[in-house]
Design a protein around this ligand. Structure first.
Ligand code: F0G
Length: 463
């Protein structure tokens, strides 16, 4: 019988020590950080699940490629290698490097959006939304209906609501919509994949209305792996071919190479539109750099070129998706409420259901993130009312977000199964004493993107 255990498909060549801390130390550090995990020093964190962005480990081939970096200002050899590697998966005419995803977004929306425009997406990531709003346009989320219920599994909860898109285009008029975006996987929607069928349906609606479709491709390889395993007609296709197939129905994409580029920095913007590409390159020179480096060093372009080859390898993706699922299964098996099914890059705990005695504006996501750090030195991030609450325009009162989630994002190729077992145990210890966990109030907040710098105070232990 074949062996069933799925192993990390790599050996470890360089190690980075983890500094073990005591509970008393963590207690002091989190108090000094005003109960905001963004304000902790990374050296005080044991297992850092704050983000999967730029936190992955590079391979020997990537480090070797780094030494080949050509740092020429214009026409660098590393750019052409990067461009070739990108075009193998993203068959767009123009590829424009940028220092990360949000730089690509800023340039795309600066060139395409004007005040009053509307940009629909399955769910906008926060920088995407901010870049659209900064142009005076409106960012609209159109997630599929199944996404609203966190507890019920569905194979493609990241899908866009195609009917809602059709309605929006008919109601508002396609001339108000400079482009439609589709985010794969849907990060803000729980790391959930988008099906090929949904991608094709969205592309068809866009084509019929004459509106370009752009893919936010940050986690394209994880999304393609889910398509291969959940959409029967693609079972025999390679992940690379599936990724290319999805992209071939779009007019362009934005990409953060800090995710499925397996690099620590970098990104790009791609398009088939000659005129747009010209304008984008002109703008790029203003703030990012010449179009053959776009704010990156030649060595970064090399690391991305190799990373894009490695990320579509199926043993890597199998390990990646299985290890995320392992964390999800082991905590949800003990009753911890999570967004089901587990996504590609992260597990999202439903903090509202974990701490039902707390009101959303007592910030259950902050309370849970603080306890995970106290208990086990784990750093996770609140994706709830601190990040997404809205103010009532009339009364100025805070309106809670739709969900109170805590995201445990898994860096690529960084932690082993025993690290994940440690995380499971830490979460279950907190789960056991959940009824004793109290809420928080905000004592300082910035006028925008407050979650990065807010300071909190405990409301006091519950009686
Ligand atoms: N789009 C999506 C779906 C993202 O998840 C991110 C970043 C970006 C765009 C922006 O890319 O960081 O390179 O500028 N997500 C990270 C996260 C920060 O933690 O989820 P960037």
């Amino acid at each position: 019988m074949a062996i069933k255990t799925i192993i990390e498909p790599f050996k470890i060549k360089a190690v980075e020590p983890i500094r073990v801390t005591t509970r008393a130390e963590r207690e002091a550090r989190i108090r000094e950080a005003s109960y905001n995990v963004f304000l902790l020093h990374a050296r005080d964190v044991l297992i850092d699940l704050l983000t999967d962005s730029g936190t992955g480990a590079m391979s020997v081939d990537q480090w070797a490629a780094v030494m080949q970096g050509d740092e020429s200002y214009a026409g660098s050899r590393s750019f052409y290698r990067f461009e070739e590697s990108v075009k193998r998966l993203f068959p767009f005419k123009h590829v424009i490097p940028a220092h990360q995803g949000r730089a690509a977004e800023r340039i795309l929306f600066a060139v395409t959006c004007k005040p009053g425009d509307i940009v629909p997406n399955n769910t906008h990531f926060d920088t995407t939304r901010a870049n659209i709003e900064y142009r005076g346009a409106k960012a609209v989320d159109l997630p599929c209906r199944e996404s609203h219920d966190t507890a019920t599994p569905h194979p493609f909860k990241g899908n866009m609501d195609v009917e809602a898109l059709e309605n929006l285009l008919e109601h508002e008029g396609a001339d108000k919509v400079p482009l439609v975006m589709l985010t794969v996987t849907n990060n803000s929607g729980g790391g959930q994949p988008v099906s090929m069928a949904n991608g094709l349906a969205v592309a068809e609606v866009c084509r019929r209305h004459g509106v370009p479709l752009y893919i936010d491709a940050c986690r394209f390889a994880e999304n393609a792996y889910f398509i291969k395993h959940r959409e029967r007609e693609f079972a025999e296709m390679s992940v690379a071919d599936i990724a290319r197939e999805l992209m071939s129905h779009a007019d362009g994409c934005t990409m953060s190479a800090k995710k499925d580029g397996l690099a620590n920095i970098g990104g790009f913007l791609a398009t088939n539109d000659d005129d747009l590409a010209r304008q984008e390159k002109e703008l790029l020179i203003l703030t990012e750099g010449y179009p053959t480096y776009g704010g990156l060093a030649g060595r970064d372009l090399e690391a991305i070129a190799v990373g894009l080859e490695e990320v579509v390898q199926e043993d890597y993706l199998q390990y990646r998706i299985v290890s995320t699922g392992y964390l999800g299964r082991h905590i949800s098996g003990e009753g911890v409420p999570i967004v089901q099914p587990p996504g590609g890059h992260a597990i999202y705990i439903d903090a509202g259901a974990f701490l039902p005695h707390l009101h959303p504006l007592e910030y259950p996501g902050i309370a849970l993130a603080v306890e995970l750090y106290r208990e086990a030195g784990i750093r996770a991030v609140e994706i709830g009312s601190v990040m997404f609450a809205q103010r009532d325009p009339e009364t100025g009162e805070e309106q809670p977000a739709e969900k109170e989630l805590v995201r445990l994002a898994i860096p690529r190729r960084v932690y082993t199964q025993s690290h994940i077992d440690y995380v499971v145990e830490g979460i279950l210890e907190v789960w056991k004493r959940r009824e004793q966990i109290g809420g928080y109030r905000i004592v300082y907040q910035a006028p925008f993107l407050r979650h990065f710098t807010a300071r909190f105070e405990p409301l006091g232990a519950r009686a």
